[in-house]
Write a protein that binds this ligand. Structure first.
Ligand SMILES: [Zn+2]
Ligand SMILES: [Zn+2]
Length: 60
């Protein structure tokens, strides 16, 4: 089980939560290892930190 850092207040939350236990903000990555983005153009998975596809360079 991992931890998810709240983008709003920086609180570390267990990744089973969907909202921050401190401030109530929605947490972006509740699935731990599943922090990926699917390219809308080529449908391949990219790391969630990327803003463009590493295969076809489309915006994610
Ligand atoms: Zn928070
Ligand atoms: Zn792509």
């Amino acid at each position: 089980m991992g931890k998810v850092k709240c983008p709003n207040c920086g609180e570390m939350n267990p990744d089973i939560l969907t909202n921050c236990r401190k401030c109530g903000s929605p947490l972006p990555a509740r699935f731990g290892a599943l922090q990926v983005k699917i390219c809308p153009k080529c449908a391949r998975t990219n790391p969630a930190s990327r803003t463009t596809c590493m295969y076809c360079n489309s915006p994610l």
